[in-house]
Design a protein around this ligand. Structure first.
Ligand code: GLU
Length: 549
């Protein structure tokens, strides 16, 4: 029986050839140097910060070179599919405005691009064509090993300290005749299709990863399954080879954990005679934990998941900046020189990526974010806050919408000036810093008065000030002058130097006066500009607050 006959028995309906698909998906007509990248997630979990870094790099490489960035849904492992994962991936890409040029969404049936389908489960016929081709060439074969036999092989290999897998003598069905294989298939025996590996584990091949550099790796000699028996879908390894080839991928960006699959992927590409794309295996994301630096963990570290940043309300810009900063060591300097450029205008260089690990620092993110938010206009911050709080703090959202103009004024305190305040790293921090500006939230409060002053001292200062000095119409200088007058009257020193030299001569200083007023109105001993806070609150509300003390 010929290989062709065996292949026809297994795939009677496959009439196309590999060459047909080569014609259907010709080389892309892009300018010289344009890169074709892809994000190819398996919908088996939620997006990790490491995945996000890879996607960002994919996007930068494609955009920067006038290439194509496409999204491919690698859903061949259907047993492990997690509900909502596909939608979440789409959401994240949209949220960060990292929009693929080509994609396909199963739920809405939206799609774009000439190299699809972009969902692997819809590409069965293509994979079968490629598998059939290998069977005809004698490079793949049906394997009838049962689960028990494979378990026994694994056990024996573990015991004898041998490499795990179906190779050499363990790959017993690679040696049977086509007649026997056909007979078993006709008898309804279950089978997978395996690659007939041509490799020798004792031989090395040369491989270059753009981050990790040149290396020599042992050849693959494992007859890996390329098609599963259960649903006739290919395995990830095989599907990705076919897709990266036909979709004309030039650069594969993916996590370090895929490095160990390179010998196999190398063999698969070689078996077909296809050119391998270039590889960028991104380093692990690390974090500081006390004095130690360790791998960021989905289980231990909430910031490992992409949901974290959205829940906290970090601006999109800041998250991307933080990720780009760890992706390339020269990004920060570039950003300083190109403050207004889009992140994808940066020329990413895999050589400037650390191969040993990328340290992701939340303090750094906070810094980037604070700087960014401080430069926005009050209305822009309001809009971000409105959007964020709609999902994450509805009560606060209602409040800021009820007092929209007032809230914008509150957000504008010490903003839109040369050195704006850097108050918030994320939108979830805003409420904790401006809550006292809303009477609705000013309930059951505790005051942070300086313990040096008795409640009577406080009462005297506040009553005097608001009944006899404070006038809403005063400009800032007059306002301050009046506070000094009050200080003098109550024997609080208005000259800090003098006060420090002779503290016992006075009840306190001018700073104490303003602090008593500040705490009385806001409960806090540190706030932005008190003059503006008082103005925004208005005298009527201030007087009500004084009665609460
Ligand atoms: N589907 C694989 C994953 O879940 C893709 C690996 C690759 O990019 O080749 O990560």
């Amino acid at each position: 029986m010929t290989n062709q006959e065996l292949a026809d028995l297994i795939f009677p309906n496959i009439t196309k050839t590999v060459a047909d698909y080569e014609k259907m998906y010709p080389l892309r007509n892009l300018k010289e140097g344009a890169k074709v990248t892809r994000y190819a997630p398996s919908p088996t979990g939620f997006m990790h910060i490491g995945n996000f870094m890879s996607v960002t790099i994919d996007y930068v490489l494609a955009k920067n070179s006038g290439g194509v960035f496409y999204l491919r849904n690698e859903d061949t492992d259907q047993a492990r599919e997690v509900e909502g994962a596909v939608e979440f991936i789409r959401h994240i890409l949209e949220y960060y405005d990292i929009n693929p040029d080509e994609y396909e969404y199963r739920d809405t049936k939206e799609s774009k691009g000439n190299y699809g389908p972009y969902i692997q489960s819809e590409r069965k016929e293509i994979y079968h064509t490629f598998i059939k081709h290998l069977i005809i060439e004698g490079k793949a074969y049906p394997c009838f090993l049962t689960q028990e036999e494979m378990d026994a092989a694994r056990e024996a290999q573990t015991k004898d300290k041998r490499r795990i897998g179906i190779y050499g003598k363990y790959a017993k069905y690679r040696y049977i005749s086509n007649e026997e294989a056909a007979k078993r298939i006709k008898n309804g025996e279950k089978y997978t299709i395996r690659l007939r590996s041509n490799g020798n584990f004792n031989h090395k091949f040369k491989f270059t990863d753009l981050v990790n550099g040149d290396m020599e790796l042992p050849e693959n000699d494992i007859d890996i399954p390329i098609m599963k028996s259960s649903n006739q879908l290919p395995t990830y390894h095989f599907a990705h080879l076919v897709d990266d080839h036909l979709m004309r991928t030039t650069h594969v960006v993916r996590g370090q954990e895929w490095m160990s699959s390179i010998p196999l992927h190398y063999e698969l590409f070689k078996t077909f005679g296809f050119k391998m794309p270039k590889y960028i295996h991104t380093p692990l994301i690390l974090k500081k934990d006390g004095d130690k630096i360790r791998k960021i963990s989905k289980r231990l570290d909430p910031e490992a998941r992409m949901t974290y940043y959205e829940e906290k309300g970090y601006p999109v810009y800041a998250v991307i900046e933080a990720v780009m900063t760890i992706a390339n060591s020269n990004y920060e300097v570039w950003r300083e020189n190109h403050p207004d450029a889009k992140f994808y205008e940066f020329e990413f260089s895999p050589k400037k990526m650390s191969s040993s690990g990328a340290l992701f620092d939340l303090d750094k993110l906070d810094n980037i974010s604070k700087n960014y938010l401080s430069r926005l206009k009050a209305k822009e911050v309001y809009d971000l806050l409105d959007k964020w709080s709609k999902t994450y703090d509805l009560e606060f959202n209602k409040l800021i919408n009820k007092y929209q103009d007032y809230t914008i004024n509150v957000l504008n305190i010490e903003r839109e000036q040369k050195k704006p305040r850097k108050d918030y790293a994320s939108l979830s921090e805003v409420k904790s810093q401006i809550w006292y500006m809303y009477d609705e939230l000013f309930k059951d409060v505790t005051y942070d008065f300086d313990k040096r002053f008795t409640s009577n001292d406080i009462k005297v200062v506040v009553d005097e000030y608001f009944n006899n000095y404070y006038d809403e119409a005063d400009d800032k200088d007059t306002w301050f002058k009046k506070m000094q007058d009050l200080a003098t009257k109550l024997n609080y020193c208005i000259n800090m130097k003098e006060y420090k030299e002779n503290p016992d001569k006075f009840k306190g200083s001018i700073a104490d006066i303003s602090n008593i007023i500040r705490v009385a109105i806001t409960t806090k001993n540190q706030t932005p500009d008190l003059y503006i806070i008082l103005k925004l609150l208005g005298k009527e509300r201030i007087l009500k607050r004084i009665n609460l003390i």
